[in-house]
Design a protein around this ligand. Structure first.
Ligand code: PLP
Ligand code: COI
Length: 371
Protein backbone atom coordinates (compact mmCIF):
# COMPACT_ATOMS: atom_id res chain seq x y z
CA UNK A 1 0.00 0.00 0.00
CA UNK A 2 1.26 3.50 -0.79
CA UNK A 3 0.89 5.91 2.10
CA UNK A 4 0.68 9.67 1.68
CA UNK A 5 3.86 11.77 1.87
CA UNK A 6 4.26 14.33 4.68
CA UNK A 7 1.07 16.36 4.79
CA UNK A 8 1.26 20.13 5.19
CA UNK A 9 0.20 21.58 8.51
CA UNK A 10 -3.56 21.88 8.31
CA UNK A 11 -5.96 24.34 9.92
CA UNK A 12 -7.79 22.51 12.72
CA UNK A 13 -11.51 22.83 13.35
CA UNK A 14 -11.87 24.10 16.91
CA UNK A 15 -14.90 23.55 19.12
CA UNK A 16 -14.22 24.25 22.79
CA UNK A 17 -16.63 23.04 25.46
CA UNK A 18 -18.91 25.76 26.74
CA UNK A 19 -19.76 23.80 29.90
CA UNK A 20 -16.28 23.69 31.39
CA UNK A 21 -15.58 22.28 34.82
CA UNK A 22 -15.36 25.09 37.40
CA UNK A 23 -12.08 26.16 38.98
CA UNK A 24 -12.94 24.72 42.38
CA UNK A 25 -13.89 21.28 41.07
CA UNK A 26 -10.82 21.24 38.81
CA UNK A 27 -8.56 22.07 41.76
CA UNK A 28 -10.15 19.23 43.74
CA UNK A 29 -9.55 16.76 40.89
CA UNK A 30 -5.97 17.95 40.38
CA UNK A 31 -5.03 17.74 44.06
CA UNK A 32 -4.45 13.97 44.09
CA UNK A 33 -4.64 12.83 40.47
CA UNK A 34 -2.71 9.51 40.55
CA UNK A 35 -2.16 8.15 37.05
CA UNK A 36 -4.65 8.00 34.18
CA UNK A 37 -7.83 8.96 36.02
CA UNK A 38 -8.12 12.74 35.79
CA UNK A 39 -8.68 13.28 32.08
CA UNK A 40 -8.95 16.77 30.63
CA UNK A 41 -11.91 18.30 28.78
CA UNK A 42 -10.81 18.21 25.13
CA UNK A 43 -9.29 15.88 22.60
CA UNK A 44 -7.77 16.14 19.13
CA UNK A 45 -8.78 13.90 16.25
CA UNK A 46 -7.23 13.63 12.78
CA UNK A 47 -8.42 11.21 10.12
CA UNK A 48 -6.42 9.31 7.52
CA UNK A 49 -7.76 7.66 4.40
CA UNK A 50 -5.88 6.13 1.50
CA UNK A 51 -7.45 8.74 -0.81
CA UNK A 52 -6.94 11.88 1.26
CA UNK A 53 -4.02 11.12 3.58
CA UNK A 54 -4.19 12.99 6.91
CA UNK A 55 -7.12 15.39 7.03
CA UNK A 56 -9.92 16.75 9.19
CA UNK A 57 -7.83 17.82 12.21
CA UNK A 58 -10.15 18.90 15.01
CA UNK A 59 -10.08 19.93 18.66
CA UNK A 60 -13.36 19.08 20.32
CA UNK A 61 -14.86 18.12 23.66
CA UNK A 62 -13.48 14.94 25.23
CA UNK A 63 -16.03 12.20 24.68
CA UNK A 64 -16.87 8.71 23.52
CA UNK A 65 -16.12 7.36 20.07
CA UNK A 66 -18.59 5.65 17.85
CA UNK A 67 -16.89 2.66 16.23
CA UNK A 68 -18.24 0.07 13.84
CA UNK A 69 -18.10 -3.32 15.60
CA UNK A 70 -16.03 -4.60 12.67
CA UNK A 71 -13.31 -1.97 13.19
CA UNK A 72 -9.94 -3.54 12.28
CA UNK A 73 -8.08 -2.04 15.26
CA UNK A 74 -10.46 -3.71 17.72
CA UNK A 75 -10.05 -7.16 16.20
CA UNK A 76 -6.48 -7.31 14.96
CA UNK A 77 -4.79 -4.76 17.22
CA UNK A 78 -3.58 -2.45 14.48
CA UNK A 79 -3.01 0.38 16.96
CA UNK A 80 0.05 2.34 18.11
CA UNK A 81 0.39 4.93 20.84
CA UNK A 82 2.78 7.30 22.59
CA UNK A 83 3.22 8.86 26.00
CA UNK A 84 4.84 12.22 26.76
CA UNK A 85 4.43 14.98 29.30
CA UNK A 86 3.82 18.73 29.47
CA UNK A 87 5.03 20.81 32.41
CA UNK A 88 4.22 24.34 33.57
CA UNK A 89 7.30 26.51 33.14
CA UNK A 90 8.37 29.35 35.45
CA UNK A 91 7.73 31.91 32.64
CA UNK A 92 4.07 30.89 32.36
CA UNK A 93 4.55 28.84 29.20
CA UNK A 94 3.97 25.10 28.95
CA UNK A 95 6.98 22.92 28.11
CA UNK A 96 6.49 19.60 26.36
CA UNK A 97 9.40 17.18 26.77
CA UNK A 98 10.89 15.98 23.47
CA UNK A 99 7.76 15.81 21.28
CA UNK A 100 10.00 15.41 18.21
CA UNK A 101 11.37 12.15 19.67
CA UNK A 102 7.87 10.88 20.49
CA UNK A 103 6.71 11.78 16.96
CA UNK A 104 9.62 9.84 15.51
CA UNK A 105 8.90 6.80 17.68
CA UNK A 106 5.21 6.90 16.74
CA UNK A 107 6.27 6.78 13.09
CA UNK A 108 8.61 3.85 13.80
CA UNK A 109 5.83 1.99 15.62
CA UNK A 110 3.42 2.74 12.76
CA UNK A 111 5.90 1.37 10.21
CA UNK A 112 6.16 -1.88 12.15
CA UNK A 113 2.37 -2.29 12.12
CA UNK A 114 2.00 -1.33 8.41
CA UNK A 115 0.24 1.92 9.32
CA UNK A 116 0.54 5.43 7.84
CA UNK A 117 3.06 7.72 9.52
CA UNK A 118 1.86 10.96 11.06
CA UNK A 119 4.24 13.80 10.12
CA UNK A 120 6.09 15.36 13.06
CA UNK A 121 4.68 18.84 12.35
CA UNK A 122 1.13 17.55 12.59
CA UNK A 123 1.92 15.60 15.76
CA UNK A 124 3.35 18.73 17.39
CA UNK A 125 0.47 20.86 16.14
CA UNK A 126 -2.02 18.46 17.73
CA UNK A 127 -0.18 18.77 21.06
CA UNK A 128 -0.09 22.55 20.84
CA UNK A 129 -3.83 22.70 20.12
CA UNK A 130 -4.73 20.39 23.00
CA UNK A 131 -2.45 22.15 25.50
CA UNK A 132 -4.02 25.49 24.56
CA UNK A 133 -7.55 24.08 24.89
CA UNK A 134 -6.79 22.50 28.27
CA UNK A 135 -4.25 25.02 29.61
CA UNK A 136 -5.97 25.13 33.02
CA UNK A 137 -5.27 21.42 33.46
CA UNK A 138 -1.49 21.83 33.32
CA UNK A 139 -0.48 21.61 37.01
CA UNK A 140 1.81 24.26 38.43
CA UNK A 141 3.47 22.12 41.14
CA UNK A 142 6.85 20.44 40.62
CA UNK A 143 6.23 16.69 40.47
CA UNK A 144 2.90 17.04 38.68
CA UNK A 145 2.42 17.13 34.92
CA UNK A 146 -0.02 16.75 32.08
CA UNK A 147 0.48 13.33 30.46
CA UNK A 148 -0.29 13.38 26.74
CA UNK A 149 -1.50 10.18 25.12
CA UNK A 150 -1.49 10.08 21.30
CA UNK A 151 -3.03 6.97 19.70
CA UNK A 152 -3.46 5.88 16.09
CA UNK A 153 -6.23 3.36 15.55
CA UNK A 154 -7.14 1.42 12.39
CA UNK A 155 -10.82 2.34 11.94
CA UNK A 156 -11.74 0.66 8.68
CA UNK A 157 -14.66 -1.73 9.14
CA UNK A 158 -13.56 -4.82 7.24
CA UNK A 159 -12.51 -8.03 8.92
CA UNK A 160 -10.24 -9.20 6.12
CA UNK A 161 -6.73 -9.49 7.56
CA UNK A 162 -4.88 -6.65 5.86
CA UNK A 163 -3.65 -3.16 6.79
CA UNK A 164 -6.63 -0.83 7.16
CA UNK A 165 -7.37 1.89 4.62
CA UNK A 166 -8.73 4.27 7.29
CA UNK A 167 -7.19 5.47 10.54
CA UNK A 168 -7.99 7.82 13.39
CA UNK A 169 -5.33 9.76 15.31
CA UNK A 170 -6.50 10.67 18.80
CA UNK A 171 -4.81 12.84 21.40
CA UNK A 172 -6.10 12.90 24.96
CA UNK A 173 -4.46 14.06 28.20
CA UNK A 174 -4.61 13.51 31.92
CA UNK A 175 -3.14 15.12 35.00
CA UNK A 176 -0.67 13.00 36.96
CA UNK A 177 1.57 13.21 39.98
CA UNK A 178 2.91 9.67 40.20
CA UNK A 179 3.00 6.28 38.51
CA UNK A 180 3.84 4.19 41.57
CA UNK A 181 1.95 4.83 44.79
CA UNK A 182 3.59 6.87 47.53
CA UNK A 183 6.91 8.73 47.55
CA UNK A 184 9.96 7.56 45.56
CA UNK A 185 11.04 4.25 47.11
CA UNK A 186 13.14 1.28 45.97
CA UNK A 187 11.08 -1.22 44.01
CA UNK A 188 11.17 -4.99 44.36
CA UNK A 189 11.28 -6.82 41.03
CA UNK A 190 10.45 -10.32 39.84
CA UNK A 191 12.57 -12.00 37.14
CA UNK A 192 9.91 -13.49 34.92
CA UNK A 193 10.80 -16.79 33.27
CA UNK A 194 7.30 -17.96 32.33
CA UNK A 195 6.29 -15.24 29.88
CA UNK A 196 8.01 -13.07 27.27
CA UNK A 197 7.30 -9.45 26.41
CA UNK A 198 9.13 -9.45 23.10
CA UNK A 199 10.87 -11.82 20.72
CA UNK A 200 13.35 -11.24 17.87
CA UNK A 201 11.43 -10.09 14.82
CA UNK A 202 8.39 -9.24 16.95
CA UNK A 203 6.96 -5.89 18.03
CA UNK A 204 8.97 -5.22 21.20
CA UNK A 205 10.50 -2.04 19.80
CA UNK A 206 7.08 -0.67 18.82
CA UNK A 207 4.66 0.98 21.24
CA UNK A 208 1.59 -1.07 20.41
CA UNK A 209 -1.15 -2.20 22.80
CA UNK A 210 -0.57 -5.93 22.23
CA UNK A 211 2.78 -5.70 24.02
CA UNK A 212 1.06 -4.29 27.09
CA UNK A 213 -1.81 -6.79 27.04
CA UNK A 214 0.76 -9.59 26.86
CA UNK A 215 2.59 -8.15 29.88
CA UNK A 216 -0.33 -8.13 32.32
CA UNK A 217 -0.20 -11.76 33.41
CA UNK A 218 3.51 -11.51 34.22
CA UNK A 219 2.86 -8.31 36.15
CA UNK A 220 0.13 -10.16 38.06
CA UNK A 221 2.61 -12.94 38.81
CA UNK A 222 5.09 -10.37 40.13
CA UNK A 223 2.40 -9.00 42.46
CA UNK A 224 1.54 -12.50 43.67
CA UNK A 225 5.21 -12.92 44.59
CA UNK A 226 5.03 -9.69 46.57
CA UNK A 227 7.00 -7.72 43.95
CA UNK A 228 6.23 -4.30 42.49
CA UNK A 229 7.31 -4.97 38.91
CA UNK A 230 8.35 -7.61 36.43
CA UNK A 231 11.80 -7.82 34.82
CA UNK A 232 11.70 -8.95 31.20
CA UNK A 233 14.40 -11.35 30.04
CA UNK A 234 15.25 -12.37 26.49
CA UNK A 235 12.64 -14.76 25.13
CA UNK A 236 15.04 -17.43 23.86
CA UNK A 237 17.37 -18.12 26.80
CA UNK A 238 16.05 -16.09 29.75
CA UNK A 239 19.63 -15.02 30.18
CA UNK A 240 19.70 -11.33 29.26
CA UNK A 241 17.93 -8.48 31.03
CA UNK A 242 15.81 -6.38 28.67
CA UNK A 243 13.37 -4.08 30.49
CA UNK A 244 11.39 -3.58 33.68
CA UNK A 245 7.60 -3.50 33.16
CA UNK A 246 6.94 -0.53 30.89
CA UNK A 247 10.33 1.03 31.55
CA UNK A 248 13.98 0.74 30.50
CA UNK A 249 16.62 -0.33 33.00
CA UNK A 250 20.05 0.95 34.09
CA UNK A 251 22.79 -0.52 36.29
CA UNK A 252 25.33 1.64 38.14
CA UNK A 253 28.70 -0.11 38.42
CA UNK A 254 31.55 0.77 40.75
CA UNK A 255 34.63 1.74 38.69
CA UNK A 256 37.89 3.49 39.54
CA UNK A 257 37.20 7.23 39.40
CA UNK A 258 33.52 7.52 38.56
CA UNK A 259 30.75 4.91 38.35
CA UNK A 260 29.79 3.47 34.97
CA UNK A 261 26.16 3.35 33.82
CA UNK A 262 25.24 0.24 31.88
CA UNK A 263 21.95 -0.29 30.05
CA UNK A 264 20.89 -3.08 27.70
CA UNK A 265 21.64 -2.14 24.11
CA UNK A 266 18.62 -1.44 21.90
CA UNK A 267 17.40 -4.04 19.45
CA UNK A 268 14.06 -5.22 18.22
CA UNK A 269 13.03 -6.51 21.66
CA UNK A 270 13.50 -3.27 23.62
CA UNK A 271 11.42 -0.09 23.43
CA UNK A 272 13.79 2.81 22.66
CA UNK A 273 12.88 4.96 25.64
CA UNK A 274 13.14 8.73 25.37
CA UNK A 275 13.93 8.93 29.09
CA UNK A 276 16.65 6.29 28.56
CA UNK A 277 18.16 8.36 25.77
CA UNK A 278 17.96 11.58 27.82
CA UNK A 279 19.62 9.97 30.85
CA UNK A 280 22.44 8.60 28.71
CA UNK A 281 23.12 12.14 27.50
CA UNK A 282 22.86 13.63 31.01
CA UNK A 283 25.12 10.94 32.49
CA UNK A 284 27.79 11.66 29.86
CA UNK A 285 27.40 15.40 30.56
CA UNK A 286 28.25 14.59 34.18
CA UNK A 287 31.37 12.67 33.23
CA UNK A 288 30.08 9.14 33.77
CA UNK A 289 30.99 6.41 31.33
CA UNK A 290 27.87 4.97 29.71
CA UNK A 291 27.78 1.57 28.08
CA UNK A 292 25.00 0.01 26.03
CA UNK A 293 25.58 -3.73 25.94
CA UNK A 294 23.90 -7.04 26.74
CA UNK A 295 23.63 -7.47 30.52
CA UNK A 296 22.96 -10.92 31.94
CA UNK A 297 21.05 -12.06 35.01
CA UNK A 298 24.22 -13.88 36.11
CA UNK A 299 26.24 -10.64 35.98
CA UNK A 300 23.49 -8.78 37.88
CA UNK A 301 23.55 -11.31 40.69
CA UNK A 302 27.34 -11.63 40.84
CA UNK A 303 27.88 -7.86 40.79
CA UNK A 304 25.46 -7.45 43.70
CA UNK A 305 27.19 -10.25 45.61
CA UNK A 306 30.69 -8.79 45.21
CA UNK A 307 29.61 -5.17 45.61
CA UNK A 308 30.46 -4.06 42.05
CA UNK A 309 26.88 -2.98 41.42
CA UNK A 310 26.09 0.13 43.40
CA UNK A 311 22.58 0.93 42.17
CA UNK A 312 19.95 -0.08 39.63
CA UNK A 313 17.01 1.92 38.37
CA UNK A 314 14.27 1.91 35.77
CA UNK A 315 13.18 4.91 33.73
CA UNK A 316 10.25 6.02 31.61
CA UNK A 317 7.95 8.95 30.98
CA UNK A 318 5.35 7.85 33.51
CA UNK A 319 7.62 7.15 36.50
CA UNK A 320 10.66 9.24 35.38
CA UNK A 321 13.37 7.38 37.39
CA UNK A 322 12.52 4.55 39.80
CA UNK A 323 15.16 2.90 42.03
CA UNK A 324 15.32 -0.90 42.19
CA UNK A 325 16.10 -2.30 45.65
CA UNK A 326 15.59 -6.04 45.60
CA UNK A 327 15.40 -8.82 43.03
CA UNK A 328 13.44 -12.06 43.35
CA UNK A 329 13.77 -15.05 41.05
CA UNK A 330 13.19 -18.80 40.95
CA UNK A 331 16.91 -19.19 41.61
CA UNK A 332 16.96 -16.94 44.69
CA UNK A 333 16.73 -13.34 45.83
CA UNK A 334 19.29 -10.57 46.17
CA UNK A 335 19.64 -6.94 47.14
CA UNK A 336 21.03 -4.16 44.95
CA UNK A 337 23.60 -2.03 46.79
CA UNK A 338 22.27 -1.35 50.27
CA UNK A 339 18.68 -1.82 49.08
CA UNK A 340 17.90 1.88 49.29
CA UNK A 341 17.62 4.46 46.52
CA UNK A 342 21.20 5.31 45.50
CA UNK A 343 22.63 8.82 45.27
CA UNK A 344 23.35 8.64 41.53
CA UNK A 345 19.79 7.47 40.82
CA UNK A 346 18.26 10.22 42.93
CA UNK A 347 20.64 12.83 41.49
CA UNK A 348 19.78 11.98 37.89
CA UNK A 349 16.09 11.91 38.75
CA UNK A 350 16.24 15.35 40.31
CA UNK A 351 18.29 16.76 37.43
CA UNK A 352 15.76 15.48 34.89
CA UNK A 353 12.79 16.76 36.90
CA UNK A 354 14.51 20.17 37.03
CA UNK A 355 14.82 20.20 33.23
CA UNK A 356 11.16 19.15 32.86
CA UNK A 357 9.96 22.00 35.03
CA UNK A 358 12.30 24.63 33.58
CA UNK A 359 14.23 24.89 36.87
CA UNK A 360 17.50 23.81 35.18
CA UNK A 361 18.60 25.18 31.78
CA UNK A 362 17.39 23.20 28.77
CA UNK A 363 20.87 22.82 27.30
CA UNK A 364 19.87 20.10 24.82
CA UNK A 365 16.76 21.82 23.42
CA UNK A 366 14.44 19.14 24.80
CA UNK A 367 11.63 21.45 25.91
CA UNK A 368 9.11 22.53 23.27
CA UNK A 369 7.46 25.69 24.63
CA UNK A 370 3.81 26.50 24.05
CA UNK A 371 2.48 29.98 24.87
N1 PLP B 1 9.77 0.44 27.79
C1 PLP B 1 8.46 0.27 27.63
C2 PLP B 1 7.94 -1.09 27.33
C3 PLP B 1 7.57 1.37 27.74
O1 PLP B 1 6.27 1.23 27.62
C4 PLP B 1 8.11 2.65 28.03
C5 PLP B 1 7.24 3.80 28.16
O2 PLP B 1 6.90 4.47 27.29
C6 PLP B 1 9.50 2.77 28.17
C7 PLP B 1 10.30 1.65 28.05
C8 PLP B 1 10.13 4.09 28.44
O3 PLP B 1 10.03 4.94 27.33
P1 PLP B 1 9.95 6.50 27.52
O4 PLP B 1 11.11 6.88 28.33
O5 PLP B 1 10.02 7.03 26.15
O6 PLP B 1 8.66 6.80 28.19
C1 COI C 1 5.23 5.50 30.12
O1 COI C 1 4.68 6.48 29.65
O2 COI C 1 6.29 5.60 30.76
C2 COI C 1 4.67 4.17 29.95
O3 COI C 1 5.32 3.21 30.21
C3 COI C 1 3.32 4.00 29.49
C4 COI C 1 2.60 2.94 30.25
C5 COI C 1 1.80 3.51 31.35
C6 COI C 1 1.78 2.14 29.31
Amino acid sequence: MVFSPAAPVMPFGIEYRDDRIGAEERARLMADPGFGRVLTEHMVTIRWTAERGWHGGRVGPYGGLSLDPATIGLHYGQIVFEGLKAYAQPNGEVGVFRPDAAAERLRQSARRLAMPELPERLFVQAIEELVRADREWVPEEVGKSLYLRPVVLATEADLGLHPAREYLFLLIAFVTDRFFSGPVRPLSVWLCEDYSRAAPGGTGMAKCPGNYAASLLAQQQAHERGCDQVIWLDAARREWVEEMGGMNIFFVMDRPGKPELVTPELGDTILPGITRDSLLVMARDRGYTTTERPFSVAEWRAACADGTMLEAFACGTAAVVAPIGTVQSEAGDWTVGNGGPGPLTLGLREALVDIHHGIAPDSHGWIHSIR
